[in-house]
Design a protein around this ligand. Structure first.
Ligand code: ARG
Length: 559
């Protein structure tokens, strides 16, 4: 789209009696595609030209002669609407598909995305899946534009929760090896501890003792800690594989939790931080934020102390242009404060850090509660959806476990991503698997339908020479479809700047709906415009394929 924007800007510059650079001209994409592909709102020139925007629009449109890529220019109220020449544009898309440049590599930043970052006393839960979908998809989106992305994960592998599992292992269990998935085994120890603590509140103090012994490097505690930690990590790895999460770096809280102390004390000496009741505090009132304690009065560190250290380490080790954190919205204030503090300390300006904050995932009541009745375990959740996918497939006469897994993943990732990250939402399993609704399965189904069309008419597709492609006699519906297709690169860019994979997910639904109604209304293969129609079908397939991949979903050739 950028190319077309540039072209329109050139035309506008020539038609305007003002000296403007391209950056100074604002263009829009009309919501209603029957109003053209690109619009120039003329309010932006009204003040300088001392004319009504309607009049400016009319004058500009009269001065521009459509040619080449632009087929029509029209003033509508205060807007000048530009219509792209759809045949030329479609050919251009085919060129881009040929050299794999549908998404232009216009960016070149080094970006770290920290995501998942679980506490190592429990298995992953459904909230982590939203986190993982967002983290992995945002990474892929940013990479597709040419950025270098480093995927990081922080293991919070110490503290009270972890100490409670160590206590339960040592004193409440028969110290056996895991007989279930190892992270679940450790999670069960944690649940056991909580249960016993209800009967005997003194256990809390006992777990605190464990934490102390851990901090004093007590060999017995360290050896159990290592064992449990290894089990949890093994379990996680298995879950990551299932969901398609990848990490380049893993940070361990146990290795860094004390390291922020020096930074804090140094900043205190320099007068950046202040002392309050013997604790060290970051004064943030001048930024309209509550002050933040960064070191406790007994000299021990806090959650934010290690985050200050880690933020600095990330920038130093990787020379980052940007550092992103995918963390639930309960921590909004924490990150606003952290980023301010990092700026005060000269680690990085706030603009270089971003909290990709997300809301809660709820489930329809009564469904899929875990044994404790609150959080839903990630592995169980996956199995439930896979089971439902299997049922859905068997209705269609198929009994394919591998396919069910892939469908479950498509359903989960798509549903987690199609909603604006900031919003809480209810994950409805049936809806996520719907072949007709606004689901990942529906998009997959569309993709598979196109693939089967291509398989069925392989002969014709094979004979087609993309180097001599012609696009002609487009119907209205086809023109609209091409307009929508040209928006793909823009959609990806917008999703990247706003950190919202939902923009791509919703675009894919629109494309799928458009194709399906086209498929119903237009004979693709027994018409006298086969070549054009096949080419359009190929473009759609490619766009859906790339879009799905950006959502961490493997496009399926067959459902
Ligand atoms: N483990 C933490 C939690 O589950 C999230 C850590 C987020 N990352 C960070 N750098 N603070 O609440």
């Amino acid at each position: 789209m950028k190319m077309y924007f540039d072209k329109v800007k050139e035309l506008v510059k020539k038609a305007l009696p003002l000296e403007l650079s391209s950056q100074e001209i604002q263009l829009e994409i009309p919501k209603d595609l029957s109003l053209g592909d690109i619009a120039l709102p003329c309010f932006q020139f009204a003040k300088e030209l001392r004319k009504a925007p309607q009049l400016i629009a009319k004058e500009i449109s009269e001065k521009i002669n459509p040619d080449g890529l632009i087929s029509k220019v029209e003033a509508v109220g205060p807007y000048v609407n530009f219509y792209l020449n759809k045949s030329a544009v479609a050919l251009d898309l085919i060129e881009k598909i040929k050299d794999n440049s549908l998404i232009p590599k216009t960016k070149n930043e080094k970006i770290m995305i920290e995501f998942l970052s679980p506490n190592l006393n429990k298995p992953l839960h459904i909230g982590h899946i939203r986190n993982g979908s967002l983290g992995e998809s945002t990474s892929k989106i940013l990479e597709s534009l040419g950025n270098k992305v480093i995927r990081a994960n922080l293991y919070n592998d110490r503290g009270m929760g972890v100490s409670e599992t160590i206590y339960a292992y040592l004193y409440l269990s028969d110290k056996k090896e895991p007989d279930t998935k190892p992270d679940h085994f450790v999670g069960n120890l944690y649940v056991l501890f909580q249960k016993k603590k209800k009967e005997d509140p003194s256990l809390e103090e006992k777990a605190r003792e464990i934490l102390k012994r851990f901090e004093q490097n007590d060999p017995e505690i360290i050896s159990v800690w290592k064992k449990l930690r290894k089990w949890v990590m093994e379990g996680y790895e298995e879950t990551y594989k299932k969901f398609g999460y990848n990490f380049d770096v893993i940070y361990y809280e146990s290795e860094i939790y004390e390291k922020g102390k020096d930074i804090v004390l140094d900043a205190l000496k320099k007068g950046i931080f202040i002392k309050e009741d013997n604790a060290v505090v970051a004064p943030l009132e001048k930024y309209g934020l509550p002050n933040k304690t960064v070191l406790k009065s007994d000299g021990t560190t806090l959650y934010i102390t290690q985050d200050i250290y880690l933020a600095k380490k990330k920038f130093e080790d990787f020379d980052l242009d940007k550092s992103i954190y995918v963390v639930a919205s309960e921590q909004n204030l924490h990150f606003v404060q952290l980023f301010r503090i990092c700026e005060m300390l000269g680690i990085a300006p706030v603009e270089k850090m971003h909290h990709l904050s997300y809301g809660m995932v709820l489930l329809p009541s009564g469904k899929m509660k875990s044994r404790e009745g609150t959080v839903v375990d990630a592995d169980e959740f996956f199995d439930e959806i896979k089971q439902l996918a299997l049922q859905e497939l068997s209705k269609r006469g198929k009994n394919d476990e591998e396919l069910a897994k892939k469908i479950a993943l498509s359903a989960i990732n798509f549903y987690m991503l199609k909603i604006d990250p900031k919003k809480d939402f209810v994950f409805n399993p049936e809806e996520s698997l719907s072949f007709e609704g606004q689901s990942g399965v529906y998009v997959q189904y569309t993709h598979a339908r196109i693939s089967s069309l291509i398989r069925k008419y392989e002969e014709i597709f094979r004979k087609l020479d993309l180097n001599k492609a012609t696009i002609k006699d487009l119907t209205n519906e086809e023109e609209k479809m091409i307009s929508l297709l040209t928006q793909f690169p823009n959609t990806v860019e917008e999703a990247a700047t706003q950190y919202k994979p939902s923009i791509i997910a919703n675009y894919l639904i629109k494309i799928s709906e458009t194709f399906n109604s086209y498929y119903h209304s237009t004979p693709i293969l027994n018409s006298n415009n086969i070549e054009t129609r096949i080419l359009l079908t190929l473009i759609i397939k490619k766009v859906i394929e790339q879009g799905l991949q950006l959502l961490n979903i493997e496009p399926l050739e067959e459902i």
